[in-house]
Write a protein that binds this ligand. Sequence first.
Ligand code: ATP
Ligand code: MG
Length: 405
Amino acid sequence: MKPGTVCGLDIGTTKTCAVVAVEGPGGLEVVGVGEAPSLGMRKGVVVDLDQTIKSIEAATEQAERMAGLNVQDVYVGITGDHIRSTNNRAVVATANDSREVSSTDVRRVVDASKLINLPADRQIIHALPRFFTVDGQDGVEDPVGMAGGRLEVDTHIITGGATFITNVLKCVHRAGLEAAGVVFEPLASSASTLLPEERQVGVVLLDIGGGTTDLAVYSLGSAIYTATVPIGGSILTSDISLGLKTSRDEAEGIKRRYGAGVRDGVNEESFPVHTLDGRTTKEVSTAELRAIVVPRVLETLRMARQKIVENVPRDLVLGEVVLTGGGSLLPGIDAIAEDVFGLPVRTGIPKNVSGLTETVAQPQYATAIGLLLFGANGGGELIEDSRRTGSIWSRVRKFASDLWN
Ligand SMILES: Nc1ncnc2c1ncn2[C@@H]1O[C@H](COP(=O)(O)OP(=O)(O)OP(=O)(O)O)[C@@H](O)[C@H]1O
Ligand SMILES: [Mg+2]
C-alpha cells in the first residue's frame, strides 16, 4: 500500500462502503469510493460471514480501481446493540524529575483509565480523554509540558462484545485486508460532520442508518456519551410496505420521495401505489403515509432522547442536534427531531476532505469519511498523537497499538 494512503471501511446494515484517500498538501484527498449492498449484516452486526466478505471485496475493489491504488490497511467502523459506554477517571504521578507532564505520562494515565471491571467477553474500543487535571487544576485539554506532579484524566470508555468485533475483523481479514483500527461509528460520523464550536457548546449527533441509529453527545469539546438504538430506516420501509400493501422496493421509493413531509407549496397530495401483485394501483394520500411514518420516526428519536436523558447530567447544555446517515434524508425528519429534542436541527454532510466531493458529500458517507479522518489523525484518542507526531504512518501505528493493547 502506497505511503500516505488511508482507507475507511464502513460495513453498514444497508451498504458497505470503502473510501480511499491520499494525504496531500491541503489535507486528505478522496481518490476512490466503492459501494456494495450489505447482505450479511443486521442491526450493525455480522449475521452471514460469506455475504459480508463479498460486500467488502466488492466495495474495496471498486474503490481501488477508481483510485488506481491497492489497499491493505483499513479503518473499520463498528456498531450494534453490544456497544456500551461509560466514563472513568485515573491518576498517575508524573514520572520524570523535572515534574513536567510528558506524552508518556499522558499515555500512562489514559491506559490506567482503561482498567475497568470488564467481563471476559467484552473489549475496550476507545478510551477518549475528556479532560486532564494537573495538580488539582481541572479542565486541561493538553497537559504535555505543564509543570505538575499529579496527572489525572477523565475518559469516555467505549466497549464492545468481543465476538461481534471478532466477526467483523474476520470478514475484513478474509477479504484480504488488515484492520489498522476499529472506530465506533458515531465517533467517525462526528469527525466528518461536526464543527469544533458545536462540540464545545454541546451537540447531539444522530447517525440514522438502515439498521441502527447511533448517537454521540459532545460537550466542552469531547464525547461524553455514546450509544446505539437498534432501529433505522429499514424498518420504516417495512412499515410502509406492510401498511400500504406494496413491495419493499416501491415502499423504499415512496419513503424517499414523500417521507414524513409535505412538499413546499403543496398541501396534501396523493400518489398511486402498486398492489403486491403489481397489477393494479390505488391512490394513497401523504396524510395516510405520514400516519405510518411519523410514529416510527418518533419512536426512534424518542428512544435516542431517552438514552440521553438517562445518561447525561441534567445541567448539561446542548445547543443543537445534527442528523446524518441515510435516514437523515427522510423528508420532514428535521421538524420531527426539532419537536422531540426541543433543539435546532441540521443535517450533517461529511466535510474536511477534498476530492470527489460531489460523490461523498452526502450523509450516508459520514461514517466512511470519518473513518478516513480517524485513520489520518491517529484515532484522536491521545491528543499528543494527533498534534505532535510526524508522518501519518507513525500516527497510524500508534493508534493501532493503542487499540489492540
Ligand atoms: N432520501 C432518503 N429518504 C429517506 N431515507 C433514505 C433516503 N436515502 C437513504 N435512506 C435510508 O437510509 C438508510 C441507509 O442509510 P445508511 O447508508 O447511512 O445506512 P448503513 O450505514 O448501511 O446502516 P447502519 O448504519 O444502520 O449499519 C436506508 O434505510 C435508506 O432507506
Ligand atoms: Mg451507518
